[in-house]
Design a protein around this ligand. Structure first.
Ligand code: FMN
Ligand code: 173
Length: 359
């Protein structure tokens, strides 16, 4: 019986080729950041309040003016056709069956943008890797906008791919036929080499103006890890930031996203939504992220695990488990709505006894 996202990870591992598993599961360097993302959530306890008449908690929220059933969206994950032939199509359908929340489609998706838009799912966002070939990047964005995608998520932590030692040791290459469906003429082969050849390595803040000139959609910057850059992003006109270290796959040695979230949320000060990804595996992780200043989280690898285990149904199951767990944790913590969640909802494991005062 699969009751947790960990159960799905274990089942997925037995079903996938070991080198494909390593590609999904791995991180850069010594994988210190990869491990830190998950461990950070265990450095916070919850502070439940009792007798609050919580009843059945309400997880609904609104981000960028759109209603979400829960503060959990699907992170951009390249080449989902590597897990299942339906790839992103199954993810879009499976997500919609669980909740109305956005799915972020990678620049390197294995299925066509138009086909995904026609799949009858929920809101779609486009993740943008700005390529050396700006006209190709622009065409991708224009297609997504024409198909009804609702936001752009520019990944700012990947001038090239981080050094993922598992992939180096495995000499990992995408099998023939696994190609980025929306980038004409691209045959990826080894992901790191492809990214070196095709990603723009020299982006600066003017890329936000460029994106704005190509599209009317809201623009979020994914890969922000400092208050400095969060302020810069807001000043540059970003409509949101995603606190992310790319699931520990880019620069090893950067902090867990949960650890930098409070300083970033303080710097942004409510001007734009703050999203977070990395290591979210349980309902209470969502609670901790919201308590420390996130408006919503993105779920990465567990979606691939669901896809590997059961295509669209697997994705539905993974999201349903997480959202049921969130509702359960809210009820037990006395939280009726997401608005009840705040700094008073958590307490640091490291902290000594509270020094006077009450929340
Ligand atoms: C296999 C894989 C592929 C990914 N592809 C992309 C991508 O195409 N674009 C991107 O911005 N992030 C990509 N990411 C990073 C995720 O969007 C996200 O930041 C990270 O996986 C979140 O951490 P989690 O997996 O611990 O939930 C990828 C991550 C994985 C594991
Ligand atoms: O693995 C990733 O994190 C990622 O973003 C990517 C980029 C290019 C090819 C394959 C994966």
């Amino acid at each position: 019986m699969r009751l947790t996202l960990g159960d799905f990870a274990r089942s997925a591992r037995t079903r996938l080729d070991p080198t494909v598993w390593d590609f999904f599961a791995g991180g850069a360097g010594e994988e210190r950041t990869l491990a830190a993302n998950v461990e950070a959530f265990d450095r916070w306890w919850l502070r439940p309040l009792v007798l609050r008449g919580a009843g059945r908690p309400e997880t609904a929220t609104a981000i960028l003016g759109r209603a979400w059933d829960a503060p959990v969206a699907v992170a951009p994950l390249a080449f989902q056709t590597l897990v299942h032939p339906l790839g992103e199509l199954a993810t879009v359908r499976g997500t919609a069956a669980a909740a109305r929340v956005p799915v972020v489609i990678s620049t390197l998706a294995g299925r066509d943008i138009e086909e995904l838009a026609a799949a009858g799912g929920g809101p779609l966002w486009l993740q943008v890797y700005c390529l050396r070939d700006r006209s190709m990047t622009r065409r991708l964005i224009e297609r997504a906008e024409a198909a009804g995608f609702e936001a752009l998520v520019l990944t700012v932590d990947a001038p090239h791919l981080g050094r993922r030692l598992r992939d180096v040791r495995n000499d990992f290459r995408l099998p023939p036929g696994i190609v980025p469906a929306n980038l004409e003429g691209h045959d990826v082969g080894a992901p790191a080499a492809h990214a070196r050849a095709e990603f723009a390595p020299d982006l600066d803040w003017s890329v936000v103006d460029w994106l704005r000139s190509v599209s009317a959609l809201p623009i979020l910057l994914k890969g922000i890890l400092t208050d400095t850059d969060a302020v810069r992003a807001v000043e540059a006109g970003a409509d949101g930031v995603v606190v992310s270290n790319h699931g520990g796959r880019q620069l090893d040695g950067v902090p867990a996203t949960l650890d930098v979230l409070p300083e970033i949320a303080a710097a942004v000060a409510g001007r734009v939504p703050v999203l977070l990804d990395g290591g979210v595996r349980r309902g209470r992780d969502v609670l901790a992220a919201l308590a420390l200043g996130a408006d919503a989280v993105l779920l990465g690898r567990p979606i691939l695990h669901g896809l590997a285990v059961g295509a669209a149904q697997g994705v539905t199951d993974v999201l349903t488990i997480l959202l049921d767990d969130l509702t359960d944790a809210m009820a037990l913590a006395g939280l009726r709505t997401l608005a009840d969640i705040g700094p008073q909802t958590v307490r640091s494991v490291a902290a000594g006894p509270p020094v006077g005062g009450s929340a």
